[in-house]
Design a protein around this ligand. Structure first.
Ligand code: GLC
Length: 746
């Protein structure tokens, strides 16, 4: 009998009567039966408190406390006063009719109290495990504050440093960004959402927000579906496959339809193709902004579009709560559809354990215990160190030699904000170690002088003269140049990513003293440095390195540690090269690297894909990074030179530390599909590994290239591998020249 029952049950499931309901789904369905339509729309609405971070126009004014008591606030974002987490939660639980708990959220994207380097910086560690750990620390601190949801990881690929939000992502390459984004999801969510130190992750910004036309914030995104599937979608997908519980729709239109009302993105791709079963929140005010986009006549129309696109929760613009009931009364949207969306939110709250104990997150004692732990700060210092990328070190001017006089110069020496960069969580300036503080803690104070020289964008009276005097009195000058902390992140697009003029003049004046010049580049984006490259003897990109940034700088300048960061975004020579990426296509007239572009232009036009006066190559390429020691790669061996489709290809290489101090490099493997049904990138990263070696030591690294690694959106739009010949390269940047080949048979 039992056997028949089992078969029948299986048949029912197979017949699409749905998989058996989880406890969370059963709970949600029961609760939905008790809820009014307005209460359902309330759960689908997220608002900010008066003190919350404003990241857009404020179209809808509301009394938050009244709405909480009316059960019309499903979630609150950007709450900064800790005591209000409990006040608002108690208000929701005790004063609203059904007592449904509030879901508190914030942008904890690179730390909560202990701030890690900005994500672009952290990505330059190529350290997946450290990335996971940093997200774990952030989740423990955030949940101790009372937060149960973070708007992270940002999974937007970008090759355009004019766009300030490159600081929040993991660079230009989908393979690396996918690994790091998945690790962040795992760090935030752990393996049990009912654990009160885990928080919901949020895959954002769906989708393709990192490709705005002209690098201008919020601008139109228009690309082929093939490009979207090959280059952008894989990162979102990897984060979803890691179990991300939520997704955020992006501001931009994609293929002519704003993401928040884009059924193809939010239903066809996200839910039907990728099987996402969590909930989608809009970005800030993005539902109502479909009126500005010109696809919605008014708020009601915007609400309709978003609801029809299966957008579950609206952030701040209030069109769901203001127009949802009328849309149902008019028969435009069914209450059944509202139930389907609202259910996703209730299920998430249940899985977090909020119905069981609405006060399980937060608490002053837990907060004091869980924040600023020494091991968290140590991790932030380690990641900051590993994130910094040494791009130049003429005559080994770094590390600074003991006993030498050092003139520390520049606008970011004691700038705490510059250490944090954008979205600096709930950090406190007094806990941040500035570059000046870090250097003073490590070097004898009488060995250093500190001179501002100029402001970020402007001269200061006598500043250059003072800096020149300081340099003349020293053995070496160390300049902190770059961009302010608040000029990275949202709404900070720039038409030029060159150094500000005042800084260029300061650098030139100090260089003219003849002293060696070290530049510490404080920035949230790649910068175009060709015009000043000759003025720098050493260049260390420190990014916005976070709470322990100053100590991490001193760790490297002192030689206590050797730099090990490798670029995850190309550094252009000049603005005109942007967007620039390593995984570009060949074109029909590729500029082969042997050809000296200047020679060809002097002699005659070369009729190749090139510029008249500028090479195609970036100043510093993807994957590049120096160390205080040197590494050699040899012995490349393709262990599987010929395989069938679906089979793995293993590639072995030997890495040696041929210098005289220990260090770490990142061994990188790139492939090229030589002939395919569509044009393929000239190189694609498909493997990487951090390798730490004592001087004189060697290690073997074996990479495994899977069929999935070779898959792409083929001519017929199916995503799969194709047989044929592949090139493979291994080294410590995308310009690796240690080469091999393999063949995939039919
Ligand atoms: C902002 C950002 C988004 C953030 C949200 C909430 O406008 O685009 O990344 O999570 O609003 O702060």
């Amino acid at each position: 009998m039992r056997r028949i029952f089992v078969i029948a049950a299986a048949a029912l499931i197979f017949a699409g009567c749905g998989s058996p309901k989880t406890e969370a789904e059963k709970f949600a369905d029961k609760l939905l039966e008790k809820m009014t339509l307005r209460e359902k729309l309330g759960q689908m609405s997220q608002f900010r408190p008066r003190s919350g971070v404003v990241t857009g126009p404020e179209g809808f004014s509301y009394n938050l406390e009244d709405m909480i008591k009316a059960g019309e606030v499903g979630s609150i974002l950007s709450l900064r006063e800790m005591e209000y987490f409990e006040i608002y939660q108690r208000m929701a639980v005790d004063s609203s009719r059904l007592g449904i708990p509030i879901l508190f959220a914030h942008d904890i994207i690179h730390g909560c109290k202990v701030i890690f380097p900005i994500n672009l910086g952290s990505s330059c560690t190529w350290d997946v495990e450290a990335t996971r750990q940093s997200a774990r620390v952030a989740a423990v601190e955030a949940s101790a504050m009372g937060l149960a949801w973070t708007f992270s990881p940002m999974c937007d690929i970008s090759a355009d440093p004019r766009w300030g939000r490159v600081s929040e992502g993991s660079g230009e390459d989908p393979y690396l960004a996918a690994k790091l984004s998945a690790a962040m999801v795992e760090g935030y969510q752990g393996d049990d959402l009912s654990d009160s130190t885990t928080i919901l992750a949020c895959v954002k910004h769906f989708a393709a927000y990192g490709a705005p036309e002209a690098g201008r914030e919020y601008n139109t995104v228009d690309m082929s579906e093939r490009m979207f599937r090959d280059r952008y979608l894989p990162v979102y997908q990897a984060a979803l496959e890691a179990g991300a519980a939520t997704v955020m729709s992006s501001f931009n239109d994609y293929d002519g339809i704003p993401a928040s009302g884009n059924r193809w993105l939010l239903k066809t791709v996200l839910r039907d193709e990728l099987g996402f079963d969590g909930f989608v929140v809009s970005d800030y005010d993005a539902v109502h902004e479909m009126v500005n986009h010109g696809v919605a006549a008014d708020g009601a129309d915007a609400a309709r579009l978003a609801l029809e696109a299966y957008l579950d929760m609206e952030m701040t613009s209030g069109d769901y709560i203001n127009h949802g009931e009328q849309l149902v009364r008019d028969g435009i949207i069914s209450e059944k559809h509202i139930d389907e969306l609202c259910r996703n939110i209730l299920v998430a709250k249940y899985e977090l354990g909020l119905f069981e104990d609405p006060f399980r997150y937060g608490g002053a004692e837990r907060f004091a215990r869980e924040t600023y732990k020494p091991e968290s700060i140590a991790l932030a210092r380690q990641i900051a160190r590993e994130s910094m990328v040494l791009l130049k070190n003429e005559d080994s001017v770094l590390p600074l030699k003991e006993g030498r006089k050092v003139a520390m110069i520049g606008p970011f020496l004691s700038d705490a904000r510059a250490m944090n960069g954008t979205w600096d969580g709930f950090s406190e300036a007094k806990r941040i170690v500035t570059i000046e503080q870090g250097m003073k803690a490590r070097f004898p104070e009488d060995a250093m002088t500190f001179t501002r020289g100029c402001d970020a964008y402007n001269h200061i009276e006598g500043g250059v003269e003072a800096a020149v005097r300081a340099a003349r009195a020293a053995d070496v000058a160390v300049l902190t140049l770059g961009l302010p902390g608040n000029h990275s992140g949202e709404t900070t697009s720039m038409t030029s990513v060159e150094l500000p003029q005042a800084q260029k003049e300061l650098l030139a004046a100090v260089k003219a003293t003849g002293k060696p010049v070290v530049v510490l580049l404080v920035t949230g984006r790649p910068m175009a440095l060709e015009s000043v490259d000759g003025l720098m003897d050493a260049l260390l990109v420190v990014w916005h390195p976070g709470t322990a940034g100053g100590d991490a700088v001193a760790d490297l300048l002192s030689g206590d540690f050797s730099p090990s960061g490798h670029l995850t975004m190309s550094f252009p020579r000049c603005d005109g090269q942007i967007p620039i990426r390593y995984n570009h296509k060949s074109t029909g007239r590729p500029l082969n690297k042997e050809l000296d572009y200047t020679q060809s232009h002097k002699a005659k036009k070369n009729y190749l894909s090139s510029y008249l006066f500028t090479p195609n190559t970036p100043l510093y390429p993807f994957g590049y990074g120096l160390s205080y020691t040197e590494f050699a790669f040899d012995g490349l061996e393709v262990l599987d030179p010929e395989v069938g489709t679906g089979e793995d290809v293993r590639v072995k290489v030997r890495v040696s530390n041929v210098g005289n101090i220990k260090g770490t490099t990142v061994a990188q493997l790139y492939i090229r599909d030589m002939v395919a049904s569509t044009t393929r990138p000239v190189r694609e990263l498909k493997g990487f590994e951090r390798v730490s070696l004592e001087p004189g030591a060697s290690a073997e690294v074996v990479f495994t290239i899977t069929a999935d690694d070779m898959a792409f959106c083929r001519e017929d739009m199916t995503f799969a591998q194709e047989p044929g010949e592949f090139g493979v390269w291994v080294g410590e940047s995308c310009e690796a020249d240690l080469e091999g080949h393999f063949i995939v048979r039919e």
